[in-house]
Write a protein that binds this ligand. Structure first.
Ligand SMILES: [Zn+2]
Length: 246
């Protein structure tokens, strides 16, 4: 079975059709990630409706900036209360794309969610735009073991650090045209890889929207670059997934 380890299925139209398409493509598990209090509730509802959809609840770094401390604390309580319904904490992380003035606040929130994932003994799915090194430092400092670096765009030196730590990297479907992600496949042991679509974003052919059925493009590229047949890649990624999520 193919697994889409990171997407935002709530942002797609006609979700029933989307889930049907993924099943037809052999994608039997879709992890949809929450971004903020309203969105977390929405993806939680969707996971109840579709058995193929598993959910990660989190706090997107940019969205968190609009919230008061009390609102963030409340959300942590909400996630704790629903911890039996979720598979991971995500999407959380740091995003310094717009500059560093919000760095302190972002780091504080990120730490709280990394600690939450540890307390719940669940993997944490990390967004690290223009803050790759900083994310890794915090995760190391807090001694996180179950880590998925999603759509990691940092230097290859940092990629090596990620898999040396026993963490995971997800290969997004845009790998079809992205040399950076092709290079990650080349240097990272298959034992540390997962696949994702980040739907509706990162379409393999630069279209919009992307959907979980396309996750097979990431598997195909791993198969091609590592010269392992597709069935074997499928099994390997499934084993990785089980190892991390059990
Ligand atoms: Zn995402």
């Amino acid at each position: 079975m193919y697994i889409d380890s990171h997407c935002h299925i709530d942002k797609l139209d006609n979700i029933e059709k989307i889930v049907e398409n993924s099943k037809n493509a052999g994608v039997e598990m879709i992890i949809s990630n929450g971004l903020n209090p309203i969105n977390n509730k929405l993806v939680l509802e969707l996971s109840k409706k579709f058995k193929e959809v598993e959910v990660a609840l989190g706090m997107y770094p940019i969205d968190s900036l609009e919230l008061k401390k009390s609102e963030i604390d409340q959300e942590i309580e909400f996630i704790k209360k629903n911890s039996n319904k979720i598979i991971a904490i995500g999407e959380v992380g740091l995003d310094f794309k717009e500059g560093l003035e919000t760095r302190k606040k972002q780091e504080k929130t990120f730490r709280e969610f990394v600690k939450l994932a540890k307390d719940l003994d669940k993997p944490v799915i990390v967004h690290s735009r223009k803050a790759e090194k900083e994310c890794i430092e915090i995760l190391e400092e807090l001694n996180s073991k179950k880590v998925i670096m999603h759509c990691f765009s940092g230097k290859l030196k940092l990629v090596r650090k990620i898999f040396s730590n026993g963490w995971f990297l997800t290969i997004p479907t845009c790998v079809k045209h992205s040399e950076h992600f092709q290079k990650i496949i080349e240097i990272c042991p298959i034992e540390n890889l997962l696949c994702e679509t980040d739907s509706p974003y990162l379409h393999p052919d630069k279209k919009f929207p992307n959907e979980p059925a396309n996750v097979i493009e990431s598997y195909k590229m791993i198969s091609k670059i590592k010269d392992i047949n597709l069935d074997k890649v499928e099994k390997k990624i499934q084993q990785n997934f089980k190892r991390l999520f059990s």
